[in-house]
Design a protein. Structure first.
Length: 301
């Protein structure tokens, strides 16, 4: 599965992590360590809860053996700096007591690294470094997936806004979809008539178009931005539950469509910090089309 972070350079990865962690912890609980005046002391960031962070983006496409060697080397060399720079780090973090050291990397691909981290943890504890809580100290490898809300925020900021264009759907595609999805197609026709009256052909055509567009859109969103996809699906499930509880289902009502689309706009708008306004608007009618085609609920004519 492709991922947003796959295309980040090492410098971009570090910048991405800073945005992500600052959002996760809050500005008053997060510090970035500049490296322009003599190095970063073996850490890029630290937090009020006593976590030291170092970022590392190994070369892409290396074999597993090379990947493990690179990660182990980074862990080994930077942990040594905790003792070498003990006085400087203790002065910098002031009264923060360190409970863990975390290497942030785009992918965590080997369980062998867990054992390696535990070995290095014991070595650090043996150094009896003044600012480290030896009873709780951990060494870990983490990815952006450990900070899902911060990851999404950083992704939205870093990419400015996710904007997936809706694809044009031809009449041939619509006809092929109807032939291959007779149950869903029948649902759309029947429910459209119940909601809009006998002259609902234009509405039906729009529903078919939006349904196919939304399926393609969600496939791309799931592939490229899986975290955001899950958030969108959670919102959609909540909206569908609202529909189930709504008395509108008991009778034909042309105002039903507008009320649901307006409700969707309000619900999906909370994702506008992660994706373009155009995409958010597309979700509002797009999910209505999915529900009309797929949902078992019906409307009285």
């Amino acid at each position: 599965m492709s991922s947003f972070v796959d295309n980040l350079s090492p410098k971009e990865w570090e910048a991405f992590c800073e945005i992500m962690l600052r959002q996760h912890y809050g500005a008053k609980n997060f510090w970035s360590v500049p490296d322009e005046d003599g190095g970063d002391l073996g850490l890029e960031f630290y937090t009020i809860d006593g976590t030291l962070f170092q970022c590392y983006c190994p070369d892409k496409g290396v074999d597993m053996a090379s990947y493990k060697k690179k990660i182990q080397k980074k862990i080994r060399e930077d942990l040594k700096k905790l003792k070498t720079n003990e006085i400087k780090i203790a002065k910098m973090i002031d009264d923060v007591t360190v409970h863990q050291w975390v290497l942030l990397t785009p992918e965590f691909k080997s369980k062998d690294l867990i054992g390696y981290c535990n070995t290095k943890k014991r070595e650090v504890i043996a150094e009896n470094i003044t600012y480290i809580n030896n009873d709780e100290f951990l060494v870990k490898v983490e990815t952006a997936d450990s900070y899902p809300d911060g990851k999404l925020y950083a992704q939205g900021v870093y990419s400015k806004a996710i904007d997936i264009p809706l694809l044009s759907i031809s009449e041939v595609e619509k006809d092929a979809w109807k032939d291959g999805n007779t149950e869903f197609s029948g649902n759309v026709v029947r429910k459209s008539v119940a909601l809009m009256g006998e002259s609902s052909e234009g509405f039906q055509d729009e529903i078919f178009t939006k349904y196919i567009q939304m399926e393609k859109f969600l496939d791309q969103l799931r592939e490229e931005h899986p975290d955001l996809y899950e958030m969108i699906e959670d919102t959609a499930r909540a909206q569908l539950e609202n529909m189930r509880e709504d008395a509108f289902f008991s009778a034909k009502d042309k105002g039903f469509v507008k009320s649901i689309v307006d409700g969707n706009k309000s619900a999906f708008s909370k994702h506008s910090k992660f994706m373009s306004e155009k995409n958010v608007q597309s979700l509002s009618f797009g999910y209505l089309s999915k529900w009309l085609a797929q949902c078992y609920m019906d409307f009285e004519s």
